[in-house]
Design a binder for this molecule. Structure first.
Ligand SMILES: *[C@@H]1O[C@H](CO)[C@@H](O)[C@H](O)[C@H]1NC(C)=O
Length: 373
């Protein structure tokens, strides 16, 4: 055969392979993620997006009548320009529109997932919104499907969502949207022990955001202080390491897990100012509102009150105290230890809730450095 014929055959074979290739999402090699939400008062334009690979814009809502995904009129201006805004400092950062969240109506989510027509309304509207505003993906924060029926419906939703996203990519010729979900740190709903649909999650989602925080807080564990986002917790269930191991032992590949870290802490009022360690007696919250504070506010509290800071390397948590005010949180050492852990464990990456609570990008910078290149 003439060399030119061979070359022609080779080129046409390569072209054929490229054409027949399914529209697969390029799996990111690492997720350095962060959530942003407008109620934080932090401007999206102020996000140092160079420190992130993926930014989550939170939250779009699910309409209780139509089950369509909607963006409130108050959020419309910031959400519609979010991608353009954060890409100014980092043109390669990817954005995901995050749906539902911790204060979403659980009955609406359960009702949406319970019927094929409602799921379709949710799915089709979510894809339209993402494309309309140039998001690269969609993220569902259903906190949480809590019984067998809801878990099964959650699985049906994910399967249909993936199929719809793949079909849309084929017809539009665009990269498929990323699909992710924020989930409990354990692979089952804690009080009912109903498991998540692990295999479906593995097949349908690009990754899950593991909410490995809020293990302790003055609202639900008011009588003792605790490490809110412990990485390890000897003798206790509540830890990021237990969460990660439980998910992988249930069959989810480590490369589908992104470890969550809080850029905020929880406060307690110590019962005795002299007993100020982890698991000390307390009487509920010390700070106003629900008793939480952003990392930047915690640093101000420490400076103003000359509070004592402690890093406990056994649990990988920081805390500070002044008088009877005690705050458990993640400082730079906890964050860098957790990110190194995530990398060592073969996880896909890490994410923070939420970027607006960082202090001059100290935590985000250390997290990014700890993962390395
Ligand atoms: C760290 O916390 C653990 C768990 O509460 C405790 O047993 C240990 O003594 C602490 N380490 C230090 C150095 O205080």
């Amino acid at each position: 055969m003439a060399p030119s014929k061979l070359i022609t055959m080779f080129i046409s074979t390569v072209l054929l392979v490229l054409l027949l290739r399914p529209a697969a999402a390029q799996a990111p090699s690492v997720v350095r993620g962060g959530y942003w939400f407008p109620e934080s008062g932090f401007a999206a334009s102020a996000i140092n997006s160079r420190l992130f690979t993926h930014l989550f814009c939170a939250f779009a809502a699910v309409d209780s009548g139509t089950y369509r995904v909607t963006i409130s009129s108050a959020n419309q201006p910031q959400f519609s320009s979010f991608t353009q805004t954060v890409q100014r400092q980092n043109p390669s950062v990817k954005t995901l529109l995050s749906i539902a969240g911790g204060s979403a109506n659980l009955a609406t989510l359960a009702a949406m997932a319970s019927q094929p027509g409602r799921r379709k309304a949710f799915i089709d509207s979510s894809i339209s919104l993402a494309r309309q505003y140039n998001f690269h993906g969609l993220d569902l924060d259903w906190e949480y499907p809590s019984d067998t029926t809801q878990m099964a419906n959650f699985g049906a939703l994910l399967t249909e969502w993936r199929a719809a996203v793949a079909a849309e990519a084929r017809s539009s010729g665009k990269q498929p949207l990323l699909l992710t979900a924020a989930v409990l740190y354990l692979p089952y709903y804690y009080s009912s022990a109903v498991p998540y649909p692990i295999r479906t999650i593995s097949n349908s989602l690009d990754w899950i955001n593991l909410m490995a925080y809020d293990f302790y807080g003055p609202g639900w564990s008011p009588t003792t202080t605790g490490p809110p986002a412990a990485l390890y917790n000897p003798g206790r269930r509540e830890s990021g390491d237990n969460g990660v191991n439980s998910w992988t032992q249930s069959g989810l590949p480590a490369k589908k897990i992104v470890l969550g870290m809080p850029f905020y802490g929880w406060s307690w009022r110590l019962a005795d100012a002299g007993k100020n360690g982890l698991f000390s007696p307390a009487n509920g919250k010390a700070l106003a509102g629900e008793g939480s504070a952003g990392y930047n506010q915690i640093n101000s509290f420490i400076a103003q009150n000359r509070a004592t800071k402690v890093f406990n390397s056994t649990v990988v948590s920081d805390y500070c105290y002044s008088g009877t005010t005690w705050i458990g949180y993640d400082d730079v050492q906890s964050v860098s230890t957790k990110v190194a852990y995530a990398k060592r464990k073969g996880l896909l990456g890490y994410f923070a809730w939420h970027v607006g609570a960082d202090d001059n990008w100290a935590l985000s910078t250390r997290a990014s450095q700890a993962w390395g290149a």
